[in-house]
Design a protein around this ligand. Structure first.
Ligand code: MF3
Ligand code: CO
Ligand code: CO
Length: 244
């Protein structure tokens, strides 16, 4: 899981410089696909997963998650979540970050920052004996304090030899409820945060999830291991791996 997590993070480190006005989401997908299959000798988990047609998810502006890469060209100020899942030796590493093409708009930057902070507040709840509800409550509190909203229909998940497994990691909830974490569990924390209302809608392509009110949405994701006394984040970028 450490190897798979590091590889997934490496893909995000690699793609960052390509996110600029003028590039298409299909081109970003192609570059990630080549890197994963050729440089990493790994498998892009989304490709053909339940019929998903591409190797990564690209969710632009009001797209909440599962955006399908294609002809869409990024323009100055667009925000984009790139979600990478690689399989290495059977194990899955799953991570996503927000990027901006050109100059971020202030509202989008703020939304991304709060989503990032809420992901970390959730991760910091991971420890044996703490519970799923503690994690959800920590995320929800920070998001709502900042007058944004947490998407309910999609959540984090257990991960390992299987892409999505139990438990479901909700990003809202009540403290002292839900399953307790145990040492050795690996799971993702990946809150989707909307600038407007929490409601989402699935587009007719069967994958793309958008905000019902067309407000902006942001998401960050890490794959984490529950350790004897807390957690280890398996998908840190090279900067964060080297700085501690
Ligand atoms: N990577 C996404 C997650 O965080 C799942 C993408 S499924 C796909 O769980 F089929 F859309 F790729
Ligand atoms: Co995930
Ligand atoms: Co993901």
């Amino acid at each position: 899981m450490r190897v798979a997590g590091r590889l997934a993070a490496d893909v995000l480190d690699m793609i960052e410089d390509y996110v600029k006005p003028g590039i298409s989401t299909g081109e970003l997908n192609r570059i990630c696909h080549e890197y994963i299959t050729k440089e990493q000798d790994a498998i892009p988990a989304p490709l053909n997963y339940r019929g998903f047609p591409k190797s990564v998810c690209t969710s632009v502006n009001h797209v909440v998650c599962h955006g399908i890469p294609g002809d869409k060209v990024l323009k100055n100020g667009d925000s984009i979540n790139i979600d990478i899942t690689v399989i290495k030796d059977g194990f899955h590493g799953d991570t996503s970050r927000m990027f901006f093409a050109g100059k971020p708009n202030i509202q989008a930057a703020r939304l991304s920052e709060i989503a990032f902070e809420s992901m970390w507040l959730g991760i910091e709840e991971l420890a044996p004996g703490k519970r799923l509800g503690d994690l959800g409550a920590a995320v929800q509190k920070h998001v709502e304090k900042n007058r944004f909203s947490v998407v309910r229909e999609y959540c984090g998940h257990g991960i390992g030899l299987v892409f999505h497994e139990e438990p479901q990691v909700l990003h809202y909830g009540k403290r002292d409820t839900g399953m307790a974490f145990r040492e050795g569990m690996t799971l993702t924390v990946e809150p989707m945060v909307n600038a407007g209302k929490a409601g989402v809608r699935l587009l007719p392509d069967g994958w793309t999830v958008v905000t019902k009110d067309h407000s902006l949405s942001a998401q960050w994701e890490h794959t984490c291991l529950v350790t004897s006394d807390g957690f280890e984040v398996l998908t840190l970028g090279a900067d964060s791996r080297n700085s501690s």
